[in-house]
Design a protein around this ligand. Structure first.
Ligand code: SOE
Length: 387
């Protein structure tokens, strides 16, 4: 009889919805998991909203105080999907309570907070993971396998990535928490540049030094009506200061000599959630575009010159491609929500085994150290070494 893991999830909006779907689906599509999960308790500050989320998303209980969930002896796992300013306090308390912890990205607002979280999980010896779901897109997991198998050669020259959205290009979009440094820690940088930094570290390696620039295009915005979704300006027309970056662009060097070139923006009209990367190695190249997330383009330089070209791999082979065997026959493509099911399936295996899997809080801390170095470089207009 497999173990039962009772889940307590804190936060119930976009990530709460994506995680709830994954918790509900994981035992159905990964029947070999060594544990059954139970959607025990969902937590949010607004009692009416979290009760509605409980019913809609399929949780047993709804509470409004996260401490109640963290201190509940019947809860095995804490899943943190709250705004960035509460990640550290909740994770440290959850570690002290002996819970396994899954935390949405970015790990924290600062390197200091991330260090506290890493220290807490290490001291408590609890399984921990930061939810960088894009690592478990089958095409990205295949890219990882191909690089590790040497299919790009023994040397990587370039990692170029862009993460572009458009949702803040409208200057009238209200001043939500992601635009306030005291809550978010940073803007586009920690929100979505964090994702492509994580992919660079996962696929290519650790960064040695960086040189970046940041820009805040819209410096004031209408205040947001509290608790209203989608965000609406307050009736009184008051405005507030944007205290974070709107866009970031940076270059860097990996420790293995590869060059990095990354850009993240939430001001790119026409780009809804566009993640692209290209990796060039001594024996070939890979290209990925999240808007076509079931495909991976591969150029094999070892082919005869007159026959070389980018191969367009449809990553749906049940036997050969990561994760897809748990879903449908070849060609029946997957979506954004499946990346969370893959992440949570591997997390459940880790919790049952009592051994963390990638990306851990230590990865989240290394991502924060890169974020901080890029921000320091943008401030000083000079190259900065990643601590
Ligand atoms: C907003 O930019 C956001 O929801 C990010 O916070 C997520 O991490 C990303 O996957 C989608 O866009």
């Amino acid at each position: 009889m497999s173990k039962t893991l009772r889940i307590g999830m804190i936060g119930y909006r976009f990530m709460g919805k994506a995680h709830s779907n994954a918790w509900r689906q994981v035992n159905r599509f990964f029947p070999d998991l060594p544990a059954k999960v139970e959607l025990d308790t969902i937590c949010g500050r607004n009692a009416t909203a979290v009760e509605s989320a409980r019913e809609t998303l399929g949780w047993g209980r709804a509470v409004t105080d996260w401490r109640e969930v963290v201190n509940d002896p019947s809860i095995d796992v804490i899943d943190i999907n709250t705004p960035n300013d509460t990640h550290c306090e909740i994770a440290v308390a959850a570690a002290r309570a002996g819970k396994a912890i899954l935390c949405e990205k970015p790990l924290a607002r600062t390197v200091g907070e991330a260090k506290q979280m890493v220290d807490a999980v290490r001291k408590a010896k609890v399984v921990n993971m930061i939810c960088h779901n894009y690592r478990r897109i089958p095409a990205v997991a295949l890219a990882k396998q191909m690089i590790e198998n040497g299919e790009l050669g023994d040397r990587i020259y370039h990692f170029r990535a862009r993460y572009a959205q458009e949702w803040l290009a409208n200057p009238d979009f209200p001043l939500v928490w992601r635009l306030q440094k005291n809550i978010a820690g940073s803007g586009t940088h920690g929100d979505i540049d964090a994702h492509i930094i994580d992919l660079g570290r996962y696929l290519v390696g650790e960064l040695k030094e960086v040189c970046g620039m940041m820009e805040t295009f819209t410096k004031t915005r209408p205040l947001a009506e509290p608790g209203v979704m989608p965000p609406q300006p307050t009736a009184d027309g008051r405005t507030g200061k944007v205290t974070v970056d709107d866009a970031v662009s940076w270059i860097g060097r990996f420790k293995n000599g590869a060059l990095a070139n990354l850009e993240a923006t939430r001001f790119a009209w026409g780009r809804k959630n566009n993640i692209t990367f290209e990796i060039n190695g001594s024996a070939g190249s890979l290209f990925f575009d999240f808007e076509d997330m079931n495909r991976l383009k591969f150029f094999n330089a070892k082919e005869e010159q007159h026959r070389r070209g980018f191969t367009d791999i449809l990553v749906t082979d049940r036997m050969k491609h990561p994760y897809v065997g748990n879903w449908w026959p070849p060609g029946h493509i997957l979506g954004y929500e499946h990346t969370f099911v893959h992440t949570i399936a591997d997390f459940v295996r880790a919790v049952a085994a009592g051994r963390s899997t990638h990306p851990t809080f230590a990865d989240g801390l290394r991502n924060e150290q890169v974020l901080a170095a890029v921000e320091a470089s943008a401030d000083s207009r000079a190259w900065v070494r990643v601590k």
